[in-house]
Write a protein that binds this ligand. Structure first.
Ligand code: FES
Length: 140
């Protein structure tokens, strides 16, 4: 049912944890299943993401997609990170079963929420980025 890559990222998730004084932090939740994902980004003065970490309280697919999402945004500029959609994350994982596609949306939303936080703190506008629908704090 799950690709080898999904299993690998589920069993050995990359970049789990927190970043102290992160440039941007975003927390999103899936109202249907109650799963929560928090993304931390460390962004340098050139707008390049040097580090990305996550904490996910959720299903295996949510863990695997957050892990892959952090791997994909690392080293990218903020603008490039905007192109890391849930589709891109799923492709990098060699797909997800149809019933698990919504889990990958959390990863995209978490990236956007963290970028939004960064944009607000630095007073900048990131093309195509909208205010996240919800920002929850339940992992505190
Ligand atoms: Fe909730 Fe996967 S079932 S994110």
């Amino acid at each position: 049912m799950y690709s080898e890559k999904v299993m690998d990222h589920f069993n050995n998730p990359r970049n789990v944890g927190e970043i102290e004084n992160a440039s941007g932090v975003g927390t999103v939740g899936n109202a249907k299943c109650g799963d929560i994902m928090r993304m931390y980004l460390d962004i340098d003065e050139n707008g390049v993401i040097n580090e990305a970490k996550f904490k996910t309280f959720g299903c295996g697919a949510a863990v695997a997609t957050s892990s892959m999402a952090t791997e994909l945004v690392k080293g990218k500029t903020v603008e490039e990170a905007m192109k890391v959609t849930n589709k891109a994350v799923m492709e990098a994982l060699d797909g997800l079963p149809p019933v698990k596609v919504h889990c990958s949306l959390l990863a995209e939303e978490a990236i956007h929420a963290a970028l939004w936080d960064y944009s607000q703190k630095n007073n900048i506008v990131i093309d195509g980025l909208k205010k996240p629908v919800e920002d929850i704090e339940e992992l505190d």
